[in-house]
Design a protein around this ligand. Structure first.
Ligand code: ATP
Ligand code: MG
Length: 393
């Protein structure tokens, strides 16, 4: 019979009256992610989502890999489906697990009887099916504590599902259940990871990137779009805003004391980002800052940048070491793109000796030498927006 993916959700199950809203968003996200991979039937019952391919071109293994990236799913397994008949369950177990049982040394059977009208109770299913397996594979031993294989039989409303390996899903909450936020996305390692981490808590991510042509190249911008594309598997479609920043940066360099360049630049980035965020429907900003990583990420510097921001700023990697951030970037496959050596507008105008512990007062004095309002408005007017979509959508 058919093979299916069983996806179970974690935190959503605790959502009480809101549960169905979360479930519906999760189902919509799954449909969208699988659209580019073929035709699948997707249904839900009893806190489990069932995915089956509808034709031969629709590869269930590919769908399984994609499902591992969908937030809101806590565990995943591939199961074989059979009718709710004890003999059919035995025959299907022997067929489907022939290889696994031949090579294992120990096993255990677990049974869950959601359909209470099934004539055998769970312990009886375990005992009887276990005995049949021992008969067919005499080299095996039962080990209830640390078995190599756990064969799980689930008797559900419509069918019996039999599976072994259960893997962790992406966890978190379905994207779209927590509102929208604007990610300040550089071409570096940290900011894509920050976006991934907030999408995991159910936020829809938009991204904003600052460019300073001719100091930064078209290829540097393309690299950032590539990063966006990479995280769409996790985050869904992303509104991507590209902001021209050259005039502002050149003016800072000409008019402001060098030691304050970076902080003034970051304050103007945040100012622009929150205004673009407002139009985009984003209610918070996200950055990839981590305390102490560089001079602009000391607490004093963060106080100065936050002073211009009326929205909350989420910094999910703030307490992480670079190695921990790198581990996540490898896991989500952004690392190799991030390390491509293209310039970023932040690094083009780096001062030799940045002020590590600036005060807000001295920053404001330095910044007030110039009226940036018109330049900020112009940058926002010239901002380009594209939507980066999940593959196949
Ligand atoms: P990343 O933090 O992404 O690895 P980085 O460490 O080179 O890159 P920093 O100079 O530390 O970047 O900047 C800190 C944060 O500022 C970034 O995580 C990102 O959120 C934001 N940022 C930096 N440059 C840009 C840019 N060109 N456009 C948008 N946001 C940026
Ligand atoms: Mg960084």
């Amino acid at each position: 019979m058919a093979e299916v993916i069983l996806a179970k959700y974690g935190e959503i199950a605790l959502k009480g009256l809101n549960k169905s809203t979360f479930e519906n968003i999760l189902m919509k996200n799954i449909r969208r992610r699988l659209r580019g991979l073929g035709k699948f039937s997707i249904s839900k019952a009893q806190s489990t989502i069932y995915i089956e391919s509808e034709n031969e071109e629709s590869d269930l293994d590919e769908a399984y890999l994609m499902m591992k990236k969908v937030f809101g799913i806590s565990t995943l397994s591939k199961a074989t489906v059979t009718e709710k008949d004890y003999d059919a369950i035995v025959a299907e177990t022997m067929r489907y697990f022939d290889d696994e049982l031949s090579f294992a040394r120990t096993f255990k059977v677990e049974a869950k009887r959601a359909d209470k009208s099934f004539p055998m109770k769970s312990p009886e299913i375990c005992r009887e099916l276990g005995a049949k397996i021992l008969e067919a594979f005499p080299h095996l031993k039962v080990d209830v504590k640390k078995p190599e294989i756990i064969i799980t039989v689930e008797i559900r409303d419509t069918n019996a599902y039999i599976h072994s390996k259960k893997e962790s899903g992406a966890g978190g909450l379905p994207v779209g259940t927590s509102g929208r936020a604007m990610l300040l996305l550089s071409g570096g390692i940290d900011s894509p990871v920050a976006g991934y981490m907030m999408a995991k808590r159910g936020l829809v991510i938009s991204a904003i990137h600052f460019i300073s042509p001719p100091y930064t190249s078209e290829r540097a911008r393309m690299k950032v779009e590539q990063l966006c594309k990479k995280i769409t598997d996790y985050c869904g479609d992303i509104n991507f805003y590209c902001v021209p920043f050259t005039e502002i940066q050149e003016t800072i360099r000409k008019e402001c004391p060098e030691e304050y360049f970076t902080i003034i630049m970051r304050r103007l980035m945040v100012e622009i980002a929150q205004r673009v965020a407002g139009r985009d429907g984003s209610m918070a900003l996200i950055t990839g800052e981590s305390v102490g990583q560089v001079a602009s990420q000391t607490i004093e510097a963060l106080v100065c940048t936050d002073a211009v921001c009326k929205m909350p700023v989420f910094r999910p990697v703030i307490g992480m070491d670079k190695t921990e951030i790198v581990d996540i970037s490898r896991k989500i496959d952004t690392f190799e793109i991030s390390i491509q050596p293209y310039e970023d507008c932040c690094t083009v105008f780096t001062p030799k000796h940045p002020k590590v512990r600036p005060t807000l007062e001295e920053i404001e004095v330095a910044e007030n030498r110039v009226d940036f309002d018109e330049m900020v408005t112009k940058s926002i007017q010239e901002t380009q927006k594209v939507t980066i979509r999940v593959d196949g959508c």
